[in-house]
Design a protein around this ligand. Sequence first.
Ligand code: SAM
Length: 278
Amino acid sequence: MSGIDSLPPLRDVIAQHGLSARKSLGQNFLLDLNLTARIARIAGDLSDTDVLEVGPGPGGLTRGLLAEGARKVLAVEKDSRCLPALAEIAEAYPGRLEVIEADALEIDPAEHLRPPYAICANLPYNVGTELLVRWLTPREWPPKWRSLTLMFQQEVAERIVAQPGGKAYGRLAVLAQWRCDARIALRLPPGAFSPPPKVSSAVVHLTALDAPRYPADPQVLQRVVATAFNQRRKMLRAALKGLAPDIEDRLRAVGIPPTERAEQVSIEAFCALARTFE
Ligand code: SAM
């Protein structure tokens, strides 16, 4: 037997290797291999694509990615207790799984993968958001990755895909949607995980556009958007006062009423405002 058929059920793997879930590492494992295959399929056809998986844990999603045909998976895991279980998967899929014991915030996957690669992860909330922001703000665009398939708390997922006009709309929505298509692909109740987290989760799928939707200097846009949402309840003329003394004129020049609040402003209008600083 080779591949997924030769591997024991994940519950047995966890028991055999003593992988009791650690809260400090945000460990909520997916044990249903039908579900992990479904998540892998959200990433699209992987047969000619390398995949970066962050936080493989006991390897449920890793198995899903390999069984669905990923050309190669690079799995980056911080918890050394998971390495023997991941080594068993590597043995079942010769030459297709490379495992690195590291903090995902500290490695450069581009040294190990052929771009454009796919990124897939079920990560703790804080690490996931920090990595997402990094992946969305590389020096060059298009980035080295072609798609991101990421599990988040549902509330964070809603913020990534939010449209202007509501509380969920903010910096994450602008960063994500300016240069990507972003959608919620799957919603999961707490019971899908072991142990169950307190809140529901959702898988967000982002695909990188070849070019930004509207022109703007990335650094300027990020500064404008961060400043606007930092004081999201203030009118823009007050929230953005620190950026330029003539901010009211600039807002008017691009058609944004200075009395509006950040959450009303479209990505297109933020880009137009950013261009007044270039
Ligand atoms: N992917 C597995 C699954 O779906 O069952 C595990 C998911 S669990 C929510 C998060 C995993 O990320 C854990 O295995 C944890 O050890 C790992 N992890 C947490 N912080 C990490 C970091 N900074 N770098 C790499 N892995 C990390």
